[in-house]
Design a protein around this ligand. Structure first.
Ligand code: G1P
Length: 268
């Protein structure tokens, strides 16, 4: 099924990176010479996505400036005029609320959602591989996480598994270690039915008093289904200092000249 549009929620506060995020959006933090949002954009482009919708807010103008730069170098980045648009999320009310802000720009077609701070290092586009398997049910990329980390994620309750696909019978946002039904955690790649907007618009705030996308996915399981996609490649939580540093080191190791710097550092 063709997916033409992606939503990038970039309105988060980035509190784990204070004080730098007072002036620089977390999506503009760099892995060597490219900001996180650029990697997410490349992954979406490689998947054949044509329309990029950024849900932004006050203080995030450098993201728009960066895309202006990409337009002025459009041949290099293969980006087309009119393919990027912006909508404001006036209050930080959670991922579900951010997705809802894009409702009028999505219309009535299935779409992708990608969190730039979930960086996936792989030679194939993760969202592209998900699109290749998409059958109309809501889909989220999943990774197995250590049990002590389940409270950071949406966690699936698994009905059945077949190859890279996991059919969920339930999903729980940030459960306690004891309550978690599995260690299959959602990471920031989703393919969603446009029916999600009808659910989000009526959703009560959940964990953290935020409108949670996970709660909408749970409500839609009986009608639309929810499939987890076990992706390949290495995922880094670049919303945390440890994850960002780990990603930088891994990317540097793929570059001969930078790898020398790491080896010299290790030798010291
Ligand atoms: C969000 C989602 C959560 C998901 C996570 C992946 O949480 O609510 O279900 O597992 O992204 O990164 P956040 O990290 O915004 O708290």
């Amino acid at each position: 099924m063709k997916i033409r549009k992606v939503v990038f929620p970039v309105g988060g506060l980035g509190t784990r990176f204070l004080p730098i995020t007072r002036a620089i959006p977390k999506e503009m933090l760099g892995i060597i010479d490219k900001p996180l949002i650029h990697y997410a954009f490349e992954e979406a482009m490689a998947a054949g996505i044509e329309q990029f919708i950024l849900v932004t807010r006050h203080g995030k103008n450098s993201i728009e400036d960066y895309f202006d730069y990409m337009f002025t170098h459009s041949r290099h980045f293969n980006i087309k005029m009119g393919s990027v648009c912006y909508v404001r999320q006036n209050e930080p009310r959670g991922l579900g609320h951010a997705v809802l802000c894009a409702k009028n720009l999505i219309g009535d077609e299935p779409f992708a959602v990608m969190s730039a701070d979930d960086f996936i290092l792989h030679d194939k586009s993760c969202i592209g591989e998900m699109i290749a398997c998409y059958d109309g049910s809501n889909m989220a990329a999943v990774a197995t996480v250590p049990r002590e980390e389940v409270s950071k994620y949406g966690i699936l309750d698994v009905e059945s598994e077949s190859g890279r696909l996991v059919v969920a019978k339930s999903v729980d946002e940030k459960p306690s270690v004891d309550a978690a039904k599995s260690t299959h955690a959602i990471v920031g790649r989703y393919l969603l039915s446009p029916k999600v907007f009808e659910v989000l618009i009526n959703l009560k705030p959940g964990v953290g008093n935020e409108i949670q996308l996970t709660d909408a996915l749970l409500e839609m399981i009986p009608s639309t289904g929810l499939t987890g996609f076990k992706f390949e490649g290495q995922r880094f939580d670049c919303g945390s200092k440890e994850g960002l540093l780990d990603a930088i080191l891994h990317v540097a190791c793929l570059d001969r000249s930078l790898k020398c710097v790491i080896e010299n550092f290790r030798g010291n």
